[in-house]
Design a protein around this ligand. Structure first.
Ligand SMILES: [Zn+2]
Length: 54
């Protein structure tokens, strides 16, 4: 199962297996999605975090 690393509006970074990637192509990182942040314990506006690159 592939997981996506995301960051919530409060700055918490967590992984999710339910991030809908269907419409997210290269260079098309949109405004994010509402996901349940485990740290906030509520729905937060979250955006995918790009893997670290050199
Ligand atoms: Zn959070």
């Amino acid at each position: 199962m592939e997981r996506t690393i995301v960051r919530c509006a409060e700055g918490h970074v967590f992984s999710t297996a339910s991030f809908p990637m269907q419409n997210l192509g290269a260079g098309r990182i949109g405004p994010g999605r509402l996901l349940r942040c485990p740290r906030c314990a509520r729905l937060r506006h979250s955006v995918p975090v790009a893997p670290e690159k050199g």
